[in-house]
Design a protein around this ligand. Structure first.
Ligand SMILES: [Zn+2]
Length: 277
């Protein structure tokens, strides 16, 4: 884990930088700003560097030059030699050169303003893209349904088989039907309650709708799975359950509302007919 973290921080350092373009050197911190290819100098020399280079922690770059050039003691370490070598390769800052400017570079792109979205893209941990992702996070999906489907797909729902595996003393039978052990697959696919909902959906779509494998099927699947889990939780926490046909009405309403919201999009126009006729 530690290895991963340090790998990650190196990637961040490589990917996303706040950079100062030194001109006069007055607005750039000698120790803490990122103004050399070595990164902020405090990070290579440590706090002790301020003593070794006889330069105050709050010094600006301009404070470290005099009329003849850089005002630094002779280098005594490899890092200090590298720093001196770099400094000897750039013009000594002077007020005539203008004012310092700052920019963000994210993955090599220079940004005039800070972009939180670009930075997030660099910082966020990434997993490999799952093959199922396109069937969950599709255009037009309801976010809460998609998120629920994602969790379901990973088998992370707190179903009773999992609660028991975590050491919790809970009955193992399905909250809804009490007939079978409660697992994700049972709740979503084979519980009599969800089977009733699935068969209602199939009846409505008559199972022969062309392209049923597309958007509408995905949307209904997500809505149905979300509704089943809501009902399961209603039983788990409140001991109440809507009859399946009442729950189906709710699914129907959600599908109709979503199709209505998307009706102006070309690819979604025919959906209402598929669902309602
Ligand atoms: Zn059940």
């Amino acid at each position: 884990m530690e290895k991963e973290d340090s790998k990650r921080s190196k990637e961040v350092a490589a990917g996303e930088k706040y950079k100062s373009d030194v001109k006069s050197g007055k607005d750039t911190s000698f120790w803490y700003d990122n103004w050399t290819p070595l990164g902020p100098l405090i990070s290579i020399s440590g706090e002790d560097g301020t003593r070794r280079l006889r330069t105050r922690p709050d010094a600006s770059v301009a404070d470290v030059r005099n009329t003849t050039g850089w005002a630094l003691p002779h280098p005594r370490s490899e890092e200090e030699v590298t720093l001196h070598t770099y400094l000897s390769s750039i013009p000594v800052p002077s007020p005539d050169m203008g004012t310092d400017s700052f920019s963000w570079t994210v993955e090599g792109d220079s940004c005039s303003t800070y972009s939180s979205s670009k930075t997030w893209e660099v910082l966020r941990p990434r997993g490999t893209t799952q093959a199922s992702a396109k069937h969950i996070w599709f255009s037009g999906a309801t976010p809460k349904h998609a998120f629920h489907m994602w969790v379901t797909n990973l088998n992370r729902l707190p179903t009773r088989d999992r609660l028991s595996a975590w050491g919790m003393q809970v009955p193992l039978s399905c909250c809804i039907c009490s007939l079978h052990p409660e697992s994700r697959d049972h709740i979503m696919l084979s519980c009599p309650y969800s089977l009733t909902l699935w068969s209602e959906v199939a009846r409505r779509l008559r199972c022969v709708v062309p392209n049923f494998g597309d958007w509408l099927r995905l949307f209904i699947e997500l809505t149905l799975l979300y509704t089943v889990w809501q009902q399961r939780n209603n039983m788990f926490f409140n001991q109440t359950l809507s009859p399946p046909l009442v729950a189906f009405k709710d699914i129907n309403m959600q599908v109709v509302n979503s199709i209505t919201a998307l009706r102006t999009r070309k690819n979604f126009r025919a959906l209402m007919q598929l669902w309602l006729i």
